[in-house]
Design a protein around this ligand. Sequence first.
Ligand SMILES: [Fe+2]
Length: 206
Amino acid sequence: MYQALKLDYSFSSLYPYLNYDVISIHYNDIYLNYISILNRLLNESNYHYNYSLKELVFNISLFSLNIRGEILYYLGAVLNHNLYFYNISNKKNILPVGKIKEDINKHFESYDKFKNEFIAKANNLKGSGYTFLVSDGERLLILNTINEDTPYSYNFIPIICLDLWEHAYYLEYLGNRSAYINNFFNIIDFNKINIYYEKVMSEVKK
Ligand SMILES: [Fe+2]
């Protein structure tokens, strides 16, 4: 069975950028439910959990066509939420460090230009989905995915993830999605993002 990411911050610690109700409902009711549905679908398909979640995206043809789309949906949902809940915290590590700082400056000229482009892209999303910073192995790019699509399906490695489903913000921000998007940059954790980024980029080079 795939396990949920354990948070290293409390549900109340992201206030005022995300309040207790928003983060607790998002984690307990939505994310944990996605994991439980994914595990149920995989158990019903006699899957033996011999791949990581990411590897399973590339091996989705293991499953019969009539269930593949549903499995990929919940697999994307779990992967996207794993990264979203990982890349935020209350630690105030809100400025890039290390390799991610170096590469953001290389590909976007400056942190401010990257941040402005990310915010513009997020504000441009129609419907439910995500804004990601992704790597194609060489370049960093910003893109939106819709529904529960994971960037892995398009051969990109997700590096930073912002959840733009209404369940991620509506209870606190109502229709003011752009304030939620701006405040993401007050709870983003670049120390954790850099640790993850260095790890995934070292695997690309192998
Ligand atoms: Fe979500």
